[in-house]
Design a protein around this ligand. Structure first.
Ligand SMILES: Cc1cc2nc3c(=O)[nH]c(=O)nc-3n(C[C@H](O)[C@H](O)[C@H](O)COP(=O)(O)O)c2cc1C
Length: 354
């Protein structure tokens, strides 16, 4: 029997299998509102048989958008626009989720196909914020250092976003604490040079991300899961690393986070990342074992046998696929055939099954 196609229960939510569509920015929103593109993009991957479909990094505050074309969840109109998408995903038997995000000093950049660089100053740009006045890279603005009051506002924005996510019908939220965005910027000593209670020791650097985890957990219904995506390492000497991630994951678990989604990198542009199939899986395995929390593995997972081995071998509870899902929205249905799992196809597609 396939481990990949075994249901996963988190709180009162059951995923039909261990396959998640990793959150992927589509740079296709208008004023933060998701569009028909998002319905088709997310909807077709739910039709394709994934257990969990996670909508892209959606900003909890307008200045937290990675690009001007990002989706948001900072106002009720966003929740209303997301509602039909969450409903459609659920109708296909997948669990609808949304990633709650704030880009911090990496905000206000263009879509990758427009170059991915900071938006030229003017109409579409805005000044970024961060833990310390350190720019991400050359050409990026120096962020305004968040005051203690601003930090409270950020925590409140994540709390309100979690409430709106529930109103929209999302059954799971994922807090984006990875890839060098705001919460990761607080965790990493490379981007956080604060001397107050939010900087210095690991306890202080974890303070804002943990406050956010507690706030989201309080705001989101107790029967529904909260996930956190972290970067397990900065891949830079003297930066955030696996040891700190294990400590952090233990605290996330205590805060009521149900699964830690283990990615890496993103804090600085020049990190040397040893890209290879499944290169981040060892982080998911180590954190699962040492922090006693369910984990998700992501990054260059493309083959059914590879995904099966990760779950069957106890390295992770969930696999998340990003680019492979863009290549093949029906990857889970195809993987089921390869692994000999008997899964239900959508009724209108049944005649194509055999
Ligand atoms: C188009 C695109 C958009 C992405 N947007 C996000 C995002 O919104 N949030 C996030 O945490 N990761 C994002 N990522 C990273 C993916 O979720 C994933 O972690 C990464 O691509 C590695 O997985 P893969 O090898 O299966 O593509 C994005 C990746 C791609 C290709």
């Amino acid at each position: 029997m396939s481990a990949l196609f075994t249901p996963l229960r988190l709180r009162e939510t059951t995923l039909r299998n261990r396959i998640a569509v990793s959150p992927m920015c589509q740079y296709s929103a208008r004023e933060g509102l998701p569009t028909e593109w998002h319905l088709v993009h997310l909807g077709s991957r739910a039709v394709g048989g994934a257990g969990l479909v996670i909508a892209e990094a959606s900003a909890v505050l307008p200045e937290g958008r990675i690009s001007p074309d990002d989706t948001g969840i900072w106002c009720d109109a966003h929740a209303e626009a997301w509602a039909p998408m969450a409903r459609f995903i659920a109708e296909q038997g997948a669990v609808p989720a949304i990633q709650l995000a704030h880009a911090g000093r990496k905000a206000a950049t263009e879509a990758p196909w427009r170059g991915g660089r900071p938006v030229a100053e003017g109409g579409r740009s805005w000044p970024p914020v961060g833990p310390s006045p350190l720019a991400f890279a050359e050409g990026y603005s120096v962020p305004r250092e968040l005051s203690t009051d601003d930090i409270r506002t950020v925590v409140g924005a994540f709390r309100d976003a979690a409430r709106r996510a529930e109103q929209a019908g999302f059954e799971v939220v994922e807090i984006h604490m990875a890839h060098g965005y705001l919460l990761h910027q607080f965790l990493s000593p490379l981007s956080n040079r604060r001397r107050d209670e939010y900087g210095g020791s690991i306890e202080n650097r974890m303070r804002l991300p943990l406050d956010v985890a507690h706030a989201v957990r309080e705001a989101f219904p107790v029967e529904r899961p909260v996930l956190a995506r972290i970067s397990a390492t900065d891949w830079v000497e003297g930066g955030w690393d696996l040891e700190q991630s294990v400590t952090f994951a233990r605290e996330l678990r205590k805060a009521g986070v149900d699964l830690v989604d283990c990615s890496s990198g993103g804090t600085v542009p020049d990190a040397k990342v040893p890209l290879a199939p499944g290169y981040q899986v060892p982080f998911a395995a180590a954190i699962r074992e040492r922090a006693g929390v369910a984990t998700g593995a992501v990054g260059m997972i493309t083959e059914p046998a590879q995904a099966e081995a990760i779950v069957a071998g106890g390295q992770a509870d969930l696999v998340l696929l990003a680019r492979e899902m863009l290549r093949d929205p029906y990857w889970p249905l195809h993987a089921a055939r390869v692994l000999g799992a008997d899964v239900r196809w959508p009724d209108p597609y049944l005649r194509a099954r055999s």
